[in-house]
Design a protein around this ligand. Structure first.
Ligand SMILES: [Fe+2]
Length: 151
């Protein structure tokens, strides 16, 4: 569908991406990551602080509109990917998204004006719903798809 019907893909994927984005945030700061996901991130990035720095760098460095995703494969290996426009990691078989930050300008312009670094830093330090990401990580390692868009 991504290539055959780009308009339909863009609308469907952006709906799904935003649904996932709402799950990725919480009004109550949750402190740091815990459990197996914390260990996987420390293994991949060296430390939680290094992960947060990489997350911000990737969000700030992403040219134009898109998304910064923390994803996992079935083996539990995690990585950050930034995707353009409506692209979404769920089209990649075996990839399960754990958390996402919307870096389209509309996501932050009202509160942060053009200060994307301030928005992405606030996202990763205060808004990120780590309990949701941890639940997604458990699903990924079980071979499950995790969160589904409500029907
Ligand atoms: Fe958005």
């Amino acid at each position: 569908m991504r290539e055959n019907n780009k308009k339909l893909f863009n609308n469907a994927a952006q709906t799904w991406n935003h649904g996932f984005f709402w799950q990725s945030m919480t009004p109550t700061p949750q402190g740091d990551l815990q459990g197996d996901l914390k260990l996987a991130i420390e293994k991949a990035f060296g430390s939680l602080q290094a992960f947060r720095e990489q997350f911000v760098a990737q969000g700030v460095g992403h040219f134009a509109s898109g998304w910064v995703w923390l994803v996992s494969d079935k083996s539990g290996a995690v990585k950050l990917v930034d995707l353009h426009d409506a692209d979404t990691p769920i089209v990649e078989i075996g990839t399960v998204p754990l958390l996402v930050c919307d870096v389209w300008e509309h996501a932050y312009y009202i509160d942060y004006r053009n200060e994307r670094p301030k928005f992405v830093t606030t996202f990763v330090e205060k808004l990120a719903n780590w309990r949701f990401a941890e639940a997604q990580y458990d699903a990924a390692r079980k071979g499950e798809t995790g969160w589904q868009f409500p029907t």
